[in-house]
Write a new protein. Structure first.
Length: 284
């Protein structure tokens, strides 16, 4: 579901709830309220119910997703931000200095960047994604921020090199052979490029960690979501890229985030590499 804060909409037609329940919607009543509150005409209501019953993600039907208390515009074919990714935002906010320079890489709809900008007064936000549809959505969601279309770091202005305080990279991390096991809403309606992370799910992450240190300011952090199973290999990718890695885990949101800090000096990097040679216990 989008949110527990479902609008109080009277007179929900029983036929709407019945149609959604017949289509297998577990939260049929809540979804019906959201759809009825969004539809502007009876014809639009019918069309929205039909699209949802046909399997389109609820967020694509509504045209928005709730994320960190914000309404994020999404359109068909664009990755829907997940609630678990709110944990990545929380970690980034806790680490950020005053008025930070923030980059949202693989930004999708721009949900992470928009949430960071809303939580960090004075932040300078830049975002990038390779998918044109995602870039269109991101430009709607991040206001005055700069949004670029291109592959990973390639479209970013060179002036950002060595200056980034927070680099959020919510890259795809589903192993290729497991994409077919995803719920139909994801595998049938979201872009494959936003889901498929390659053989072990970490191909895109390794490309990011290989370059991240060049873009981060000393003490700046890269944050990326991964699975608990992939965490050791993801952590090693951060270390191979010259970052000092640690893990943060939220059991409530089923979220694992790898955080890598660019050391202030080579000596610090060497000391930290020795300290973190044995993976630390998972922390909340």
């Amino acid at each position: 579901m989008l949110s527990s804060d479902v609008p109080d909409v009277p007179d929900i037609p029983d036929v709407v709830v019945a149609a959604l329940r017949s289509a297998g919607c577990v939260f049929a009543e809540d979804e019906a309220r959201l759809i009825v509150s969004t539809a502007r005409t009876p014809a639009e209501l019918t069309a929205m119910v039909d699209r949802r019953a046909a399997g389109l993600p609820l967020e694509h039907v509504l045209g928005w997703a709730e994320f960190c208390g914000l309404r994020i515009a999404v359109e068909p074919g664009v990755f829907v931000p997940r609630r678990r990714t709110e944990f990545l935002v929380q970690q980034a906010v806790a680490l950020a200095r005053e008025a930070p320079l923030v980059v949202d890489l693989c930004c999708g709809s721009g949900a992470v960047g928009a949430a960071l900008a809303a939580s960090l007064p004075g932040a300078e936000l830049h975002a990038a994604d390779i998918d044109p549809a995602a870039v269109r959505c991101a430009r709607r969601n991040v206001g005055e921020a700069h949004v670029y279309e291109g592959d990973l770091f390639a479209p970013l202005p060179s002036v950002l090199r060595g200056r980034v305080d927070v680099l959020a990279a919510n890259v795809p991390y589903v192993p290729t052979e497991e994409v077919g096991l995803l719920p139909p809403e994801a595998r049938d309606h979201e872009p494959l490029g936003a889901l498929d992370g390659g053989g072990d799910g970490l191909d895109i992450l390794r490309r990011v960690t290989a370059e991240a240190a060049q873009w981060l300011t000393p003490g700046g952090c890269l944050l990326a979501e991964t699975s608990e199973r992939q965490a050791p290999a993801a952590r090693q990718a951060f270390a191979d890229g010259g970052l000092v890695p640690r893990l943060a885990v939220s059991e409530e949101l089923y979220s694992t985030v790898v955080i890598g800090t660019r050391p202030w000096s080579q000596n610090e990097a060497e000391r930290e590499a020795l300290v973190t040679s044995t993976p630390p216990p998972l922390c909340n």
